[in-house]
Design a protein. Structure first.
Length: 1079
């Protein structure tokens, strides 16, 4: 049994550090540090047995937490015979074994079951507890099984056998360390099989042994997937979990697993789901993220089924009516599905404890929320689609306030936009009264509100007499219209975490948000606002300018972490520094206007990202870790005597900041440009030496390709050591005169020095480094910068190669060799600047086409570029090629396809291209569709091209009839305007890279010709991406092919017609908005 890969070396802790870690696990509010210190002598012997391994020490700390802090109990742990057990594989851990043996037998089963969860999938606490219940691991009355499971889950956390994922504040997601997982799988190896893609002996194991539990992790491709047929012999199987692809046939069935109680599968054939009713003993069914659209009606026969998880099944739309027959059902999850209704009679599922993604729908006077009314056992409720509820009376019928067991509530809706793109006041008022009726019960601990678009928050969130006194966690996301934060939250006695995300209407946070209150009606003692809040995230309040909090106002006494992101604050309030005395972790991202940060006495860690106006950081006496990214104006960093680690990122920085000489962190980590890294690599002979030589450990990096650490300098002060992979040719500065005058350089090469340095870093590799034969006429070797300059001159200028060679002092053959090597290096190393856009980038492209040209859902323009190269020394023939390109609205090339000039026309080149193949398969242009009419017609993503291309569903060409109707003329107008970006891109490419116009001899090797063309297109993209403000060159219109016979498919014609009519309809509303703005 091997540990799960990757199995890597872990640094061992020194004795005192190991003891501190052990003590940290044990000390709590119930035990003080002095009491534990009395047991230090035994503790040191225990950590010695852990061999300094952090995981072992943490697990032992979790075990000792379960014991009394008495010497006898600790001595029993120290003397346990398990420490000397032999026969275990060496990578398995005795400390984990000791902790495992200390577990009650019922929790042992739960722990071993947890180790089978595929690492590639995300399992939440509710899913895991549901599996435990389904497997029969939890014993108790039906009413308290979830509570018992939650207790076991927490104990595994306390024992450090599973670790909470820090991203999830409520510990609903945990991870299991590979060493712990390996141990648990070793213990259960006779009953459980964990299989991964690529393992050659899986099928053999399945044929020779019957297992009770099988967990399979497959890759996405069919070739790597396990065949479903190989599982058929497992007649005694009780648990089957599978993520990734399983190879199935339409005839495959679930009928061969009569004992199955838990089925969790991500790749489910429709026929397989139809046979699910054959699993008579099934308790837990998870089809998460599959492409099923419904469940079979036969599911009503599964009388033992307790848990159904359909989260992420985006095509799922309908529950069968027979669902109401599942009397034992405790859990239903429809989150992130397209479910559009609930069968009447749903209220009969009286055993339901958890329901998530419940759709709020109206059908005449009936509302689906009525079906929740009688379900009084619910503990976790998630409702979506609340914008569909038309009356407060319908919301009231959900009876949330009467469901006394609810501890977790998720309320979600989507904004209802009017024809003017705004939320009407009537809609705002309607959603306000609907939410007023969804008041939760007093036991509520966790509340999510998402997409609420009322102008005021629900009354039960603003009242001074809040019904939420048990609330611990509050998430509010996408408040489109609210201008005020929930005032009443400051008085919640148990609130530990609050997150407000995307609240664009809030401009001010005033004193009302932090009101103190009296401890009791008869007491004069004041309780500070947010008395137990430990973490607060305020994200995306993009208009927030003012935070009023006077120095004497008591609030946030135990706040430990504060996260501020995307707002307009110019300063932090005085009260934050003076009153938040426990604040040790502060993150500030994209708060561009913040000028200074000072006087936080308790701060231990500070992270700053893109604070463009920040000038000073001062007086942070306890600060130990500081991360600064893209804060270009920061000049002063002082008053940080405890600083241990500084992480600095700025790719534009030309020199290290002057403040580096005034601070003394033990560790300094830098991410910078290659030019600055080269200065650091020069050590004592470089200009930066005095700023960093006193720091004990320095790690400096510059990026190359998509690797942020491609180039490095590693420095240790004592004993002195400096390692770098920055080549000598880059350390030697360029000597050509072009490099001396920045203004002349940028005018000549049409790029900034920053872009030039980046290009040098891209091509710095064997092909450009191993060129010592490339010398000046006087024998000096060209540095890397010199070589790049020579190549750029050859690619960009109209002068003959002989003239260029003479002007830089090299031979003509050197110019051509350096240029070819440079083009090959760009072609090889810069392909990440040339990838087909992902979904996020596609959304940005579509948005820009809409904003600039009113072309909705457009993803690019297709056109053809002719290139010409002059004759070379071996041939008099002029080489010409044509390439098909896709251009985005920022004039970048997103895809290129070559073909010899004159041999392929537009049509043949298109059909031969990667673009055509991928779009026809649906791999590209398969994102969100545009709804163009109320009755449902939709137009998918598309590109546009001139009349020389065929009309396809994803390639829309202009109308070319002589008599245009209004909607056709409107389409052609927008189409023509949008294609200008392609014309400008072609003009800019050829105007900059004149080698494409016949000003450079054709290379002898045809592949080199292709690399040069590709390289010029990649450099074109790089300059645009690096220099957002670069001026666009004047467009040069080219003559395109005449109208050709259209090979249009009927659905393409229909799509273009629908889109054209949509444009015409939207034209009047757009002009109306402009008239209003002008008025």
């Amino acid at each position: 049994m091997k540990a799960v890969l990757p199995y890597h070396h872990v640094n061992k802790l020194e004795e005192e550090d190991a003891w501190s870690l052990l003590k940290k696990q044990i000390v709590s509010s119930k035990t003080n540090g002095h009491e534990i210190d009395m047991l230090k002598d035994i503790g040191l012997q225990i950590v010695a047995k852990c061999d300094g391994l952090p995981l072992s020490i943490k697990v032992m700390g979790g075990l000792l937490c379960q014991k009394d802090n008495k010497r006898r109990d600790w001595e029993m742990v120290l003397d346990d015979s398990i420490w000397s057990v032999s026969g275990m594989p060496e990578e398995l851990n005795h400390a984990v074994y000791l902790s495992y043996e200390d577990l009650p037998s019922s929790i042992k089963q739960c722990f071993l079951c947890y180790s089978l969860l595929p690492k590639a999938a995300l399992f939440r606490r509710d899913n895991i507890i549901a599996m435990w219940i389904g497997e029969g691991f939890l014993h108790g009355t039906s009413d308290d099984l979830e509570e018992l499971g939650s207790k076991y889950y927490k104990e595994l956390i306390l024992r450090n056998l599973i670790e909470p994922d820090a991203y999830y504040v409520d510990q609903r997601v945990c991870n299991m360390h590979d060493v712990v997982r390996s141990f648990a799988q070793y213990v259960s190896r006779d009953e459980a099989l964990v299989a991964h893609s690529g393992e050659t002996d899986v099928v053999t194991k399945l044929h020779v042994h019957e297992f009770l539990q099988i967990s399979v992790e497959n890759k996405a491709s069919e070739s790597d997937g396990l065949d479903w047929s190989s599982l058929q012999a497992q007649k005694t199987l009780r648990t089957l979990m599978s993520v990734g692809h399983l190879n199935m046939k339409p005839s495959d069935s679930l009928g061969n697993f009569p004992c199955l109680r838990t089925l969790c599968i991500e790749s489910a054939h429709v026929a397989l789901v139809r046979s699910v009713h054959k699993l008579k003993h099934l308790r837990y069914l998870s089809l998460e993220n599959t492409d099923i659209s419904s469940l079979p009606d036969s599911i009503g026969k599964m009388k033992f089924l307790q848990y159904i998880n359909l989260a992420g099944c985006k095509q799922f739309v309908k529950l069968p009516d027979s669902i109401v027959k599942l009397a034992q059902l405790r859990y239903l999850n429809f989150n992130n599905t397209s479910i559009n209704g609930i069968p009447k009679g749903f209220r009969d599922l009286a055993n339901l404890r958890i329901i998530d993604g419940f759709p709020a729908r109206m059908d005449g006077e009936w509302c689906s929320l009525e079906e929740l009314g009688p379900l009084y056992q619910l503990k976790h409720v998630g409702i979506q689609g609340l914008e569909n509820v038309t009356a407060s009376l319908s919301a009231a019928k959900a009876k949330l306030s009467e469901k006394v067991h609810i501890t977790h509530l998720n309320l979600k809706c989507s904004s209802v936009l009017g024809d003017n793109g705004m939320i009407e006041e009537e809609e705002q008022q309607r959603i306000e009264v609907v939410f007023d009726e969804l008041c939760p019960p007093p036991r509520l601990e966790i509340l999510f509100v998402e997409g609420y678009f009322g102008r005021r928050l629900p009354r039960w969130m603003m009242s001074s007499d809040l019904p939420l006194n048990s609330l611990r966690i509050l998430f509010i996301c996408d408040l489109a219209c609210c201008t005020q934060l929930p005032d009443g939250s400051c008085q919640l006695p148990y609130l530990e975490f609050i997150q407000i995300e995307r609240a664009p209407a809030i401009k001010r946070v005033g004193s009302e948000f932090m009101q103190s209150c009296h401890q009791s009606p008869h007491s004069s003692k004041m309780v500070p606002a947010f008395p137990r809040l430990q973490k607060m995230n305020l994200i995306g309040m993009v208009e927030w300018e003012e935070w009023e909090w006077e120095e004497q106002v008591q609030a946030f006494p135990v706040l430990q972490e504060l996260f501020l992101e995307h707002c307009k604050l110019k300063c932090l309030p005085p009260g934050l520094a003076s009153q938040a005395s426990a604040l040790n972790n502060l993150h500030i991202y994209y708060v561009h206007s913040l000028i200074s940060l000072a006087n936080f006495p308790s701060l231990v860690e500070l992270k700053l990202n893109e604070i463009l106006d920040l000038e000073m950081i001062t007086n942070l006496p306890r600060l130990q870790k500081l991360t600064i990214e893209d804060c270009p104006k920061l000049k002063a960093l002082e008053g940080v005597p405890a600083l241990q680690r500084l992480i600095l990122t700025d790719k534009d920085m030309e020199t290290l900041p002057e403040y580096m000489g005034c601070i003394n962190p033990r560790h300094f980590e830098l991410y910078c440009s290659l030019a600055l890294l080269a200065s650091i690599a020069a050590a004592q002979s470089g200009p930066e030496w005095d700023k960093f030589n006193h720091i004990e450990h320095v790690k400096a990096y510059a990026c190359g390709d998509d690797n942020s650490r491609k180039w490095y300098v590693l420095y240790t002060a004592n004993p002195y050591n400096l390692e770098t992979n920055v080549g000598l040719s880059f350390l030697s500065r360029g000597t050509l005169t072009f490099l001396e005058d920045t203004q002349r350089f940028e005018s000549l090469f049409k790029m900034t020095r920053k872009t030039f340095s980046y290009i040098c870093s891209l091509v710095m590799g064997p092909s450009m480094e191993d060129m010592n034969s490339c010398t000046f006429i006087d024998g000096r070797v060209l540095s890397l910068q010199d070589r790049v300059v020579v190549a750029l001159r050859r690619l960009q200028c109209t002068e003959p190669t002989e003239t260029i060679a003479s002007s830089v002092g090299v031979s003509e053959s050197t110019v051509l060799l350096v240029t070819e090597r440079f083009a090959a290096a760009v072609w090889q190393e810069a392909d990440h600047h040339f990838l087909w856009p992902d979904s996020r980038q596609t959304d940005k492209i579509k948005s820009m086409f809409y904003k600039i040209h009113n072309m909705h859902n457009c993803c690019g323009v297709i056109c053809t570029i002719d290139t010409t190269f002059g004759p070379n020394c071996d041939h008099e023939k002029i080489e010409s090629t044509q390439m098909q390109v896709i251009v985005d609205p920022e004039m970048r090339f997103r895809n290129i396809w070559f073909g010899p000039a004159g041999r392929l026309n537009h049509l043949n080149r298109l059909y031969d291209s990667e673009l055509f193949q991928e779009c026809e398969k649906g791999t590209w242009l398969n994102g969100s569709k545009l709804k163009v009419a109320l009755d449902g017609p939709e137009v998918g993503e598309y590109i546009i091209g001139d009349a020389g291309y065929p009309l396809l569903p994803w390639l829309l060409t202009p109308y070319h009839e002589e008599d245009h109707s209004d909607y056709k003329a409107e389409f052609n107008r927008r189409h023509s305007a949008a294609t200008t970006c392609a014309m400008k891109a072609v003009a800019r490419l050829k105007d900059t890279w004149k080698c494409l116009q016949g000003e450079m001899p054709s290379p002898v090797n045809p592949n080199t010709l292709i690399q040069i063309i590709y390289g010029c297109c990649m450099l074109h993209n790089i300059v645009i991406e690096m220099e957002d403000d670069a001026a666009m060159l004047s467009s040069k219109w080219r003559n395109y092919s005449k109208e050709v016979r259209q090979l249009a498919k009927e659905d393409a014609v229909r799509a273009r017609d629908m889109l054209s009519q949509y444009f015409l309809a939207s034209r009047s509303s757009e002009s109306g908005e402009q008239d209003d703005e002008a008025a």
